[in-house]
Design a protein around this ligand. Structure first.
Ligand code: APR
Length: 236
């Protein structure tokens, strides 16, 4: 059975948790736009730079400055109440949904707290800084480890499942995403084609605003909890 409610989250939901969004005007890191560092080409050209970028992002994520906010918690509550009728898809690589209590999350762009071996493809937890000399815990080879992240130009994870679930849902909600990165930006069209209701929550109007039946402007921490409460209260 398809879930009735599918929620897609983006960087905006984690902004109030202390993680900068991608298209933040102050989003430069060591003078680079994230899009210049998060590519297979950047990794081949300068692996140390790419390691530094992800080591820094991972350290921030586990620091005491970052914690799930009210919007993450509201979505975890929706999963608790709706069970299999609810599915969360995130473009975020942080683990704030899990830390808020969500258990069934599709990380379509990968996970910052995991690393992958380019030789044997084993995925393991990323709990120490990555270096060019780190060894894979599975095959023992050195120099093949990379963040378990979908870089620009790579294929997002679990796309067939995502398309199938979105095409069968009754309500599709997007939260804190600018609607510019494909294929996530087009999921709203797949939902609409199959007759789903659609709603978008964001601080600013996203690129794909026109595809949503409803747009709720504001911070996710303010707008998502009342909506989740309403959904819970109105269930039969
Ligand atoms: N509450 C809700 N929305 C917010 C908040 C907030 N507190 N703060 C910012 N936003 C909105 C912004 O207005 C913007 O529309 O969140 C959106 C964030 O957009 P992006 O930075 O483009 O993030 P996202 O859409 O998740 O990016 C998609 O692009 O770089 C890649 O792989 C990366 O997963 C990422 C993908």
């Amino acid at each position: 059975m398809h879930p009735k409610i599918v929620v897609l989250t983006g960087a905006g939901i984690s902004a109030e948790s202390g993680i900068r969004t991608f298209r933040d005007p102050n989003g430069l890191w060591e003078g680079h736009r994230p899009e210049e560092v998060a590519t297979p080409e950047a990794f081949s050209r300068d692996p140390e730079l790419v390691y530094r970028f992800y080591n820094a992002r991972r350290r921030l994520l586990i620091s005491s400055e970052v914690a799930p906010n009210a919007a993450h918690i509201a979505l975890a509550r929706l999963e608790q109440v709706f069970g299999d009728s609810f599915l969360l898809i995130t473009q975020n690589v942080d683990d704030l949904h899990e830390r808020a209590g969500s258990q069934r999350v599709i990380h379509m762009h990968g996970e910052l707290m995991k690393k992958r071996c380019s030789f044997c493809q084993a995925v393991s937890s990323f709990d120490e800084d990555l270096t060019i000399h780190a060894k894979c815990v599975s095959c023992g080879k050195e120099g093949g480890l990379r963040p378990h992240i979908v870089w620009f130009g790579e294929m997002p994870f679990e796309l067939d499942r995502i398309w199938s679930e979105v095409s069968g849902c009754g309500l599709f909600a997007a939260i804190g995403t600018s609607g510019v990165v494909e294929p996530a930006a087009s999921l709203v069209h797949d939902a609409r084609t199959s007759g789903a209701n659609t709603i978008c929550f964001s601080l600013e109007s996203p690129e794909n605003r026109g595809a949503f039946a409803e747009f709720v402007e504001g911070k996710a921490g303010d707008t998502v909890p009342p909506w989740a409460n309403e959904m819970i209260a109105s269930q039969p």
